[in-house]
Design a protein. Sequence first.
Length: 196
Amino acid sequence: MNTMQRIKEGKTELRASVIHNDEIGRLGISFNEMLDRIEELREKENQANLLLADSRYKALQAQINPHFLYNTLDTMSSIAEVMNCVEVSRMSQALANIFRYSLNMKEAFSTVSKEMTHLKNYSYVMRVRMQDQISYEYQIDEAALPELIPRMSIQPLVENSINHGLRNKKGSKEILIEVKIQDTRLSICVAWMPLR
């Protein structure tokens, strides 16, 4: 009872002395096992809290770096505009918008309208970067613009069209992006074709 009182007061490293193998002795053994288990759980909780703090720190670092990146691109865009480098300004701004949109994954869904804005920034950067002759035709139903779709769901389809469909084709090429409401469902079509 004296040991239990001292444990209650905070001396949790103490254990009850077990002298006899009777009911009181078995109760003492169970009491000690319970204290050992509590210590194990407390240690696991401490480890979990350390891991949580570390992951929060790393998440904060990951947020700082993208912000730095697209803020720098915004600055580059402004400098290029002042120096009358319109193409560099426009590309820097488009790239900043791509990073801002793609790195902000707090919401799993976005509107068709926002996805189209992101896609147009992406297609512009790809056209300048690759110096290719891909034209983009957008057939977007106005009624579809506020509809919710998974974020970043259309741009990978366009990217695949470029990389796996049109990359080695010669001459002019076109990608059609069609979004419409069809029988109360949202229909999205990405089609590519080489042009003669």
